[in-house]
Ligand binder design. Sequence first.
Ligand code: UDP
Length: 238
Amino acid sequence: STAPVTYGRVMLKISGEALMGDQGFGLHPPTVQRIANEVKSVHELGVEICMVIGGGNVFRGLQGSAQGMERTTADYMGMLATVMNALAMQSALEALGVHTRVISAIRMDEVAEPYIRRRAVRHLEKKRVCIFAAGTGNPYFTTDTAATLRANEMSCEAIFKGTKVDGVYDKDPAKHADAKRYDNVTYDDVLAKRLGVMDASAIALARDNSLPIIVFSLDEPGGFRGILAGQGTYTKVQ
Ligand code: UDP
């Protein structure tokens, strides 16, 4: 695609499950490498890239607590899962020659940098991909909220949420053949109709700071690059 990309700095949010390929659990290195290539093709354009990767391919706090674990401990385990995913993505990006930093909301100095906002901004200015790990560092939050928080702190122009489907539908397109995709939808409609874009805290934080969320499919090869140029199908929440 040759259409120009007008974004200067963006947040890419992907779920942990996006990294597991066709497996039911964990990391599928070829899938991680494929996504790293997508990131590289955008990085090559000079776009400054922040990333947040979930942890659901390894552990979700709510699942742990449903099985009797103490909730906050289970949530810390979920946050640790995101650190593993961040390291896997860092490794795949660096193998492609893209400079990166993993920046953790929970101190882990031997493994990742601590989160210091002004330092992270400097990394972005130097065109290093910043992978924000350990969510917000707080239990009872999600990595969608972490992505929204960091996108605001880093002055990203939009959050790109890569999913298995090419946007936001009025009902689950996997279950309903007549499900309709929105081209545009408001934050308030997402909240009122409980459309499964992100959790309510993340949507409210994006709304209150006028941060657009672009939902697109990660399964389309070249998708991220195309979506940044306004091509392909996606839903814009704004
Ligand atoms: N988590 C948390 N605080 C945060 C971010 C994440 O406690 O700020 C925990 C929470 O238990 C969550 C898990 O980390 O279930 C994995 O994150 P998430 O469910 O957002 O991952 P995704 O669904 O995107 O893979």
